[in-house]
Design a protein around this ligand. Structure first.
Ligand code: ATP
Ligand code: MG
Ligand code: MG
Ligand code: MG
Length: 433
């Protein structure tokens, strides 16, 4: 089943069960300053959960654009290596605002996965919060074998959007993709990639304040989230999301542009991942810049340009990849097509600007890391990292990423001191002017 059809089947199923289909919110909600980017389907409904805004409908479903590159949920460093973590991804979700609760949420999820999508039950595992005996009972009532229902603590089965805001215990559906004879309960929530978290059902019951204090919500609600990329992996019978139709066209293009080298798989994956994030951020009106959200976008573009450079792509190439993203998602997210010209222009300008200093910066970095290793040092002084930032436009995380491959870390305390010194200098300069 192709991803467009999977997304639609999900929305149709919940629509048939009385849910209003809502199109995704933008990646940025200016009304919420506690988050840089939407990182889950529930974020745009935060005020509804808190009782501060009316619900659009008691039952809603959506496919939400999400970005996890900052704050509590940051998956940037796993991208490329992990078979299933992306910066940008689509979260399929159904929501109940004081309408149904655990029983229906669990029943819908089970029916959709095992009857509509026909996932084999012998590969499905369920996790519940250790105190949630009701959830255990409900899963058993659906015929799930008791030994496949596993209790976990707050770390895995208590969900929160950020440091503050709505939160609650959750129950998750995991899926095993390995050899059936080797399945074991210990694999769930472990490092073993044969086990994959697929769908999180959150029973929203509390609001957490700045002191970590939990206050019960007036009306308990349901919030669920399932990664489209992960469901597509299962339904397309592949073990990484990069092998699904959501990534293949982009990867094909990267391979055409470079000499096909499977050793570079992780780099290909990273570029494909970042291309999607960059396209969707630009489509939502974010432009590269020096602070906050703008700097996140700039960092993604610069990382992608750097990864491209390591594959021998010295000329701007991102616009070509973004065009594929735009075409592929044209139906589901029309904003991409609408802003396609601007998207291509901005990304190319930003890429060109960075490519002017990238080669020099890399050479400089090579020189210092050569010097460091000769003298047996493993820490780059903060002033050097700052120079790379200030002179060559290397975001700190990019410098760290490159040096990590040589076993070198950056003195980030010194870096922060250098940066605030410079900020002070430019403030004084502005004052003087
Ligand atoms: P994981 O444990 O795999 O990091 P999570 O517990 O952080 O996932 P949730 O916050 O529960 O994820 O989000 C709900 C669902 O969104 C997950 O079950 C998964 O299907 C999907 N998901 C989460 N993070 C990512 C990501 N970085 N890329 C793609 N899909 C994701
Ligand atoms: Mg995670
Ligand atoms: Mg998890
Ligand atoms: Mg989870």
């Amino acid at each position: 089943m192709q991803s467009d059809q999977i997304r639609q089947t999900f929305l149709d199923y919940f629509s048939q069960h009385g849910h209003q289909i809502m199109s995704s919110s933008p990646l940025v909600l200016s009304s919420d300053t506690s988050l840089l980017f939407v990182n889950a389907g529930m974020v745009r409904f935060k005020d509804v959960f808190l009782g501060l805004a009316p619900a659009p409908s008691a039952r809603v479903c959506s496919s939400q654009k999400c970005l996890r590159v900052s704050g509590k949920h940051n998956d940037l460093e796993s991208v490329g290596v992990s078979p299933r973590h992306h910066t940008f991804f689509e979260m399929l979700g159904n929501f109940s605002f004081g309408d149904y609760f655990k029983r229906e949420a669990i029943t819908y999820a089970w029916e959709l996965l095992t009857v509509v999508f026909k996932l084999p039950v012998e590969r499905v595992w369920i996790t519940v919060h250790q105190d949630d005996l009701e959830a255990v009972r409900l899963w058993k009532a659906l015929g799930v074998q008791p030994e496949r229902i596993l209790p976990f603590g707050d770390k895995d089965n208590f969900w929160s959007m950020g440091e503050t805001g709505p939160c609650g215990p959750c129950s998750e559906i995991h899926y095993y993709q390995g050899d059936l004879r080797l399945q074991r309960a210990e694999g769930v929530n472990s490092e073993d990639d044969d086990y994959m978290e697929l769908w999180n059902l959150v029973f929203m019951q509390y609001d957490r304040d700045e002191h970590g204090e939990l206050t019960p919500l007036e009306v308990p609600a349901v919030d669920t989230g399932m990664g489209l990329e992960r469901l597509a992996m299962i339904l397309q019978g592949v073990k990484t999301s990069y092998e699904t139709d959501l990534f293949q066209p982009i990867l094909r293009r990267i391979r055409e542009l470079t000499s096909h080298d499977e050793q570079q798989r992780v780099t290909y994956n990273r570029i494909a991942d970042h291309s999607r994030a960059i396209a969707f951020l630009l489509a939502d009106g974010i432009v590269p810049g020096n602070g906050g959200r703008e700097y996140v976008l700039r960092r993604l573009i610069r990382r992608a340009a750097y990864f491209g450079q390591t594959l021998g792509l010295a000329q701007p190439f991102l616009a070509m990849l973004l065009q594929i993203v735009i075409e592929h998602f044209a139906q589901a997210y029309p904003e991409l097509q609408e802003r396609s010209m601007v998207i291509q222009e901005i990304v190319t300008t930003e890429e060109k600007r960075f490519q002017r200093t990238l080669t020099k910066g890399l050479r400089y970095l090579e020189d210092i890391s050569g010097y460091l290793s000769e003298s047996g040092q493993r820490i780059l002084p903060g002033s050097e990292a700052f120079k790379l930032h200030d002179t060559f436009g290397f975001p700190l995380d990019l410098t760290q990423k490159i040096l990590a491959d040589h076993g070198v870390t950056v003195n980030t305390t010194e870096y922060a001191v250098e940066r605030s010194r410079q900020q002070q200098r430019s403030r004084q300069h502005a004052l003087f002017k």
